[in-house]
Each structure stands twice: as structure tokens, then as C-alpha cells.
Ligand binder design. Structure first.
Ligand SMILES: Nc1ncnc2c1ncn2[C@@H]1O[C@H](COP(=O)(O)OP(=O)(O)OP(=O)(O)O)[C@@H](O)[C@H]1O
Length: 612
């Protein structure tokens, strides 16, 4: 394994500005996602923010009158106007309101963040399920999925930033308008002071994004190392092979490379950001001195002076915030490129629009016609001009040495992949013409690497047919067929027993016990084609015999495809098909194949000899 893998998604190119502007194109779809995740909350948040944004201006205006009244009274001994105490009361009231509404804004932000996370997480799960297996085998997809997953929860800051930006723009506009009325120079000075900081901020935002992008693969490897070193599955081998240091060293090497890169960027940002900040401060004080100068020359009275200095302070800090929030959003928007790209990915194996319904009763069966197949990214033909017919009522055993393509045949007949060349037909019609979900409903399959769901025993079986409600007793019947009932009988919680160790109260099963549970799923499905890919590998000899006697009984009249390395099992099939070098090399029943004296006979003899 290289430390930093070579598979990296197209890197953002070194044209930061173009990249950044392009990232802003993400904003409309992102705003749409935000809106879709909670229209009511978004609207309420916007209304609240408009009020909160204009309150500082109102406060400054009221303060101007109060101070002017006080100055008139103290310096010129004039009487306080009749509304003076009302003004003071208004100032207090507005401040109280500002405090309350600010909290309300926080509240609506947290509601929206909650909804957004849920909404995006669900969409990520839905999209991940829609994409096909080929996509999953691609490391680029994995990196993208990883980034999309993180973005589902990690971009919450952006929601607040968007709201804040909206608010800051309104506040800035209000105070800038007041300053522009007093003198346009004030606004210009402030803007010139803040602009360099903005450019600096966005520049670093881009560099940060490019850095994170580069680091995705390394971080994924770190994550893997952390998981392996600390997992229950890995614990035995890690201990016995003394792998701990091996994993830790590798983890540290990756972590160090990331640390060095992070520190370099942070240091440079510190220095450049600091220098640009000084320019901002100079712009601010330029405007301030200008107002002092004009006040000393009698252009402004003391109330106006106070109002203008407050306005300078507010406009400057809000403008600065507008720029830094906007650049923060641009930064987040860059990250969302991955999320949106992930949402836009299309599966290659798709259900045809208005696809045919799968036959309620299959008449001719399945046929592989000159099928060749290579996995994406490889030229090696796993199947080459492969032909096979599976007729209704027939039970076929597919055998062959490791890696000859038996599981691949299963993946093709279930349309997890499409053939590279040739066709697979169901009742004479290409599988691609059928509605995919409907086709899947006709097939019950248990793979070698079946899933052990860390849920209850009942749920582990029920997932075999989630599209229909099952009636009372159906689960138990399926469990009985697969011998899972003997496993469940030993569980303290019966069918409601939590399986696996992940959740509290969970019970771990042995490989064979898990297999019996998984097998029940296939029986529950009540499909026309039943496929068992080495379904009994983990079963002891007695259980295997029992499972197969039942299987033979239960698949009577149905199509069944069986993959097994055990000849005792294979013999029960109506027809045995031998796969070698991507082709069908022999077929027949046990007796005829033995007489033929070919590959089957030699494999059988080899296994039989080892038992003698
Ligand atoms: N997702 C994949 N991407 C690339 N190559 C693959 C993939 N899955 C399987 N292969 C390759 O295809 C070949 C056939 O694999 P397959 O799993 O179909 O064999 P099999 O006959 O079922 O083997 P076994 O008896 O070991 O289960 C193997 O050489 C394997 O390396």
C-alpha cells in the first residue's frame, strides 16, 4: 500500500479564482436543498433576521438624539425636550428586543440545521442505494461518498453563515447609506480598507479546500487503519501477528504528513491575514479621523458625531464580516461541489423507464447467450462467450475452481452488473427490458458474503421481503425451512433477540448460525428463482445435509441455482455445470459427468480421496 494512494479525483486546478467563481454556481442548488429541508423555518429565520439587522441602526439613531439632548442641556443649559425619557425608554426597549430576537434567530438556525442534516443524510443514503456495484468498486467514488457523507453533517456552519450574511448585508447597507449621505468618501475609505482582507480570506479558503481534497485519500486510509486496529474483527489477528505497531506507525506517518501540510497553510494564513488586517484598520481610522476633523470644523454637532462614529464602526465591522462570511460561504460551497456531484452521479445499471413487468409465471426460463464480462477497469474476461439455459423447475449446480466466475454469473443474472457483450434473456426478452425492482422481486439470493444485520433475529429474516407485509407465522415458517428455528430456539429473546455485538443486549452467532438465519430470508421471499451461493460453507456436515434435503424438497418445481464446493451437495442438482476459464466446459448429472472422466470427475476424485 502506498502512503498516499494514486487514485485521486480530478484535483481542483491551480486557478483559484475561476474555481471559486465556479463554486458559487453551487449556491442555487444548495439554497434549494436548504429551502426543501424546511420552507417554514427558512422563512421565519429570514423575517427575524431582517428585524435584527435593522435594529442596530434604530438604536444608533435614538442614541444620537439622546446624546444631542444631553449635550444641549450640559453645554448650552437648554431644557430637556418633553420626549427625552421616552427616547431613553425606547433605547432600552429596542435593546431588550434585540437580545430576544437574536436568541430566536439562534433557535431557528438550530431547527434548520437539524432538518438540513436529516434531509441531506436521507438523500445521501437514497443516492448511495441507487448507484450500482460498479460505482462502489471505484476508489474515486469512495472518496466522493466519504466527502459527501461528511458534508451531510459538516456543512451546518454554512447555514448559519448564510443567514448571517443576509443580516450583515442589511445592517451594512443601512449604515453605509447613512454614511454616504454624510460623505461618500467615508464609504469609499471603509471599502478600500476591507477589500484586501476579503481577497486574502477567499484565497486561503480555496487553498484549504484544495488541501482537504488532496488529503481525502490519506484520511480514508487513516480511518481504515484506525478501524482495523480497533475492531472486534481485527482484534484476534492484530494481537497474534503483533500488528499493533505496524498499524500505528503507518497511521502516524499519514497523520504527520497531514499535520505538516496543515501547519504550513495555517502559518502562512496567520502572517498574510495579519498584514491585510492592518490595512483594514487604517481604512477604519482614516474615516474616523475625517469625521473628527469635520466635527472640529463645526460641520457636525455632537449628536451627529456620535451617530457617524457608531455608523463607521458598525459599517466597517459589518462590511468586514460580510466579506469574511461570504468567503466562508464560498469555502463551504466548494466543499459542496462533492455533495452535489455525488447527487448527480447516475448508475450504469438502470431500470428502463416503463420497463416490462417481470413474468408472474416464468415459462422459458433464463438464458445466457454468448455472454462475456469484464469488471470495470480491467480487460480480463471473467466470462467469455458463456452460454447457459436455466429452465423452469430446473435445479442447477454451478461448480468450478476458485475465481472461475461462479459468483459473477449470479451477479449478472440478478443484474447487479450488465454483460459487457452478449445478452441474458428471461422468457426470450433481454433482462435490461424489465423493470429492475420487479425483476429482483422474482429472485431470492443469498450470497457467500451475505449481510449480518445487527438487528433482531426477526428483522434479519424479514428483510428478505420488505416490500410486502408478512403475515403471522410466515417468518417462523421461513425459519423452519432454513433450520434458523433451531438457532432462534436457543436465543434468550427468541425472534426479538438482538443479534451482533454492536448494540446493547446483542448476541453473537457462529458463522453457521448466521448462515441459517440468512437462508431464511431467501425462503421468505418466495421467489421464482432461488440462488444460493455457497450457502452452507459454514455449516457442519449434519446441518448441511439437512439444509439440502430441505432445499431439494422446497425448490421442487422452482428454478434454483446453487454454487458449492461440496460434491455431496452438488449431487442433488438436476444438472451440474462446470465453469472453467470463463466458459462452460462440462454439464450433465453426476453419473454422466463421472463417466465422461473430465474436470468434474477429477475434482470429485480429489475431494473424495481427501476423505478416505
Ligand atoms: N468486483 C470485482 N472487480 C474486479 N474483479 C473481480 C470482482 N469480483 C470478482 N472479480 C474477479 O473475477 C474473478 C471471478 O470471481 P468470482 O467471485 O465470480 O469467482 P468464483 O468462481 O465465485 O470464486 P470462488 O469459488 O472463490 O467463490 C476472480 O478472479 C475475481 O478476482
Amino acid at each position: 500500500m502506498t502512503l498516499i494512494a494514486d487514485h485521486v479525483d480530478e484535483q481542483p486546478k491551480e486557478s483559484p479564482w475561476r474555481e471559486r467563481v465556479r463554486a458559487l454556481r453551487n449556491m442555487p442548488p444548495v439554497l434549494k436543498i436548504l429551502w426543501d429541508s424546511g420552507p417554514g423555518v427558512v422563512s421565519a429565520g429570514l423575517i427575524l433576521r431582517v428585524i435584527v439587522a435593522t435594529l442596530p441602526f434604530a438604536l444608533a439613531k435614538v442614541a444620537q438624539y439622546i446624546i444631542q439632548d444631553i449635550a444641549d442641556k450640559v453645554a448650552r443649559h437648554q431644557d430637556l425636550p418633553a420626549n427625552f425619557w421616552y427616547l431613553v425608554g425606547t433605547e432600552v426597549g429596542l435593546n431588550v428586543l434585540l437580545g430576544l430576537l437574536t436568541r430566536a434567530v439562534d433557535y431557528s438556525d438550530s431547527l434548520l440545521a437539524n432538518r438540513y442534516t436529516q434531509y441531506v443524510s436521507v438523500r445521501v443514503m437514497e443516492q448511495a442505494a441507487r448507484l450500482d456495484l460498479t460505482t462502489y468498486e471505484n476508489p474515486i467514488f469512495y472518496d466522493r461518498l466519504e466527502r459527501a457523507r461528511v458534508q451531510a453533517t459538516d456543512r451546518l456552519a454554512m447555514i448559519q453563515q448564510l443567514g448571517r450574511l443576509f443580516q450583515q448585508v442589511i445592517t451594512t447597507l443601512a449604515f453605509s447609506a447613512a454614511l454616504a449621505v454624510a460623505s461618500p468618501w467615508l464609504v469609499l475609505l471603509l471599502a478600500l480598507g476591507v477589500l484586501p482582507s476579503f481577497l486574502g480570506e477567499t484565497h486561503y479558503a480555496f487553498l484549504g479546500y484544495a488541501k482537504n481534497f488532496r488529503q481525502t485519500t490519506a484520511k480514508r486510509q487513516m480511518d481504515y487503519l484506525r478501524t482495523v486496529a480497533g475492531s472486534r474483527e481485527g482484534a484476534k489477528e492484530v494481537k497474534l501477528f503483533g500488528l499493533n505497531k505496524f498499524f500505528t506507525d503507518r497511521f502516524q506517518a499519514l497523520a504527520h504528513a497531514i499535520y505538516v501540510e496543515d501547519t504550513a497553510l495555517a502559518s502562512s494564513k496567520l502572517i498574510v491575514g495579519g498584514l491585510l488586517g492592518i490595512i483594514g484598520t487604517l481604512g477604519y481610522y482614516g474615516a474616523y479621523v475625517y469625521v473628527i476633523y469635520r466635527t472640529l470644523n463645526g460641520r457636525y454637532d455632537i449628536g451627529e458625531f456620535t451617530f457617524l462614529t457608531t455608523s463607521i464602526q458598525q459599517a466597517s465591522s459589518n462590511l468586514q464580516q460580510v466579506f469574511s462570511t461570504a468567503s466562508g460561504i464560498a469555502d463551504q460551497a466548494l466543499f459542496l461541489t462533492d455533495l452535489l456531484a455525488f447527487f448527480e452521479m447516475e448508475p450504469t445499471v438502470k431500470s428502463k423507464p416503463n420497463g416490462l413487468p417481470a413474468p408472474e409465471v416464468i415459462h422459458q426460463g433464463f438464458e445466457f447467450r454468448n455472454v462475456s464480462f469484464s469488471y470495470a477497469g480491467s480487460d480480463r474476461k471473467i466470462l467469455s462467450n458463456f452460454n447457459l439455459k436455466l429452465s423452469p423447475g430446473e435445479r442447477i449446480a454451478l461448480i468450478g475452481e476458485n475465481g472461475q466466475g461462479k459468483t459473477t454469473v449470479v451477479k449478472l443474472i440478478t443484474r447487479l452488473y450488465d454483460p459487457t457483450e452478449g445478452q441474458i434473456l428471461l422468457d426470450g426478452i433481454d433482462l435490461r427490458e424489465y423493470d429492475l425492482a420487479d425483476l429482483h422481486r422474482q429472485i431470492g439470493v443469498i450470497f457467500q458474503d451475505f449481510m449480518r444485520f445487527e438487528m433482531t433475529a426477526k428483522e434479519n429474516i424479514a428483510v428478505g421481503r420488505v416490500e410486502k407485509n408478512y403475515e403471522d407465522g410466515e417468518i417462523e415458517i421461513a425459519a423452519h425451512k432454513s433450520l434458523a428455528d433451531t438457532v432462534v430456539a436457543k436465543l434468550g429473546g427468541g425472534y426479538d433477540q438482538m443479534l451482533g455485538r454492536r448494540f446493547e443486549g446483542g448476541v453473537e452467532l457462529s458463522g453457521g448460525e448466521w448462515q441459517k438465519i440468512a437462508l431464511a430470508r431467501a425462503y421468505l421471499r418466495d421467489a421464482q428463482l432461488l440462488i444460493l451461493d455457497e450457502p452452507t460453507a459454514a455449516l457442519d456436515a449434519k446441518s448441511e445435509l439437512e439444509v439440502f434435503e430441505r432445499f431439494a424438497e422446497l425448490t421442487q418445481g422452482k428454478m434454483a441455482l446453487l454454487i458449492s464446493h461440496r460434491f455431496s451437495t452438488v449431487r442433488m442438482a438436476d444438472r451440474i455445470v462446470v465453469l472453467s476459464g470463463g466458459k462452460l466446459v462440462e454439464q450433465g448429472n453426476h453419473k454422466s459427468l463421472m463417466e465422461e472422466g473430465g474436470l468434474y470427475a477429477s475434482m470429485f476424485e480429489m475431494q473424495a480421496a481427501s476423505y478416505r
